[in-house]
Design a protein around this ligand. Structure first.
Ligand code: CTP
Ligand code: MG
Length: 402
């Protein structure tokens, strides 16, 4: 989509929160994703849109750091950046941002710095809807989980119809006068600006958000952002990676581990008492690792070393479920879900026949229920598998747009 430059448009980036839930050693927006901060990544998305002014709202003590970061992200548009100190709540921080707008600004987008990976297309959709005459616009994504109402004792009191629900993201766009009036009249603290404007009686329009626009709130969210940024930087662009998944894709993965590890054998997500363990950085589960590689290859997200290398101590000794669940999250964040997986094990030991279905169930459960087929074969005494020196696994995966 090509946009004409929108005149009198400002983006307020709220980055003044403390990040209590992330607990990242610094106010959240100043925690690093790679060598750049969450704020820096968020601003790169902002500057891909055509704003007239960018107001960055940060903790008072970090105004200097924020200005350096913002100017760096702005490149040749550094003169558009204003940095102001925020307030005790998000709403107060938005108000602080509004008070710094240039006089001629007519349209405002409010964006959470914590949504560091929001793609430019989301900004474009919000701006286009405002251009079309909407006074308040928010990006949303469908709610995928089944939602329950739960009382204080943890008991389910009611189901909530998911088809009526949508998860709100940012940037949220408004006519400046409407947002300013709603803020001035606010008698309650709202967690987003659309709630404030809706409380003032205005219609709020929705446009499509994006899965990668998730809010970095807790440590696993940061982990996911880091994996996505890392994958984007190591994977060749466009040739293997699609920005918006449209077609199913397949991937191939293989893995080999030798016998000789410590403790029990873990293979295909199962523990095999009495069998010799495989060696490796994790539990040596070649079946799980081949599946991870097949899935990552299908999505163009690199390979197992990209995401589970020896620099990730939390995966030392980890079993299949941890690997597969993490991989499923990476795929989901990139807009994919698993169609099915087929894996073949070549090994003299263990004997799979009696536990094949159990292995399929364990692997499928770790992949959110996607079908997994496991087959096993020996190699007629040939090669390292024939000599019972180790096992080899070969996996193919089909993934489909989420
Ligand atoms: N925010 C802000 N000023 C505040 C509180 C929040 O500018 N007083 C911003 C945050 O920096 C963030 C966005 O609003 O970009 C969404 O808030 P949230 O994700 O809740 O961030 P924090 O409040 O920093 O995190 P936590 O609630 O875990 O402390
Ligand atoms: Mg908060």
């Amino acid at each position: 989509m090509t946009l004409r430059p929108v005149p009198h448009l400002a983006v307020i980036v709220v980055a003044a929160g403390s990040g209590t839930r992330l607990n990242g050693g610094a106010p959240k927006a100043f925690v690093g994703i790679d060598e750049r901060s969450i704020l820096h990544h968020a601003l790169r998305g902002v500057f891909a849109a055509p704003p007239a002014q960018v107001v960055v709202v940060v903790p008072e003590s970090l105004r200097g750091d924020a200005l350096t970061d913002a100017r760096d992200a702005a490149g040749d548009r550094a003169e558009l950046v204003t940095v102001v100190a925020g307030g005790a709540t998000r709403q107060e921080s938005v108000a602080a941002g509004l008070s710094a707008l240039w006089a001629d600004i007519e349209t405002v987008l409010v964006h959470d710095a914590a949504r560091a990976l929001t793609p430019p297309a989301v900004f474009e959709r919000v701006i286009a809807a405002l251009d079309g005459g909407a006074v308040a616009v928010i990006p949303t994504v469908p709610v995928v989980d089944t939602i329950k109402r739960v009382d204080g004792d943890g008991r389910v009191t009611a189901a909530v119809d998911r088809s009526e629900l949508a998860a709100a993201q940012t940037p949220q766009g408004f006519r400046r006068d409407i947002l300013a009036a709603a803020l001035a009249a606010a008698d309650a603290d709202h967690t987003d600006d659309a709630a404030l404007v809706a409380a003032a009686g205005h219609d709020v329009l929705t446009v499509d958000g994006d899965h990668t626009s998730f809010k970095i709130t807790t440590a696993p969210d940061l982990d996911r952002a880091r994996a996505l940024v890392h994958a984007a930087s190591v994977v060749q662009p466009s040739a293997t990676r699609t920005a918006a998944p449209v077609m199913p894709r397949v991937g191939l993965g293989t893995d080999v581990h030798g016998f000789g590890g410590d403790g029990a054998l873990w293979l295909a997500g199962l523990e095999w008492p009495g069998e010799t363990a495989l060696s490796g950085h994790s539990d040596g589960d070649a079946v799980a690792h081949a599946i991870v590689d097949a899935l990552l290859a299908a999505a163009g997200l690199g390979d197992i070393g990209t995401h589970f290398g020896t620099d990730r101590p939390e995966f030392a000794g980890a079993h299949a479920a941890a690997f597969l669940t993490h991989t499923l999250g990476l795929l989901g964040a990139a807009g994919w879900r698993v169609g099915n997986v087929s894996v073949q094990v070549q090994a003299n030991r263990p004997r799979f026949a009696a536990r094949r279905v159990e292995a399929e169930r364990a692997l499928s459960a770790a992949l959110g229920g996607a079908p997994v087929s496991v087959s096993a074969t020996t190699t007629d005494g040939l090669g390292f598998t024939g000599r019972t020196e180790g096992v080899a696994a070969f996996a193919t995966a089909l993934i489909v747009p989420a």
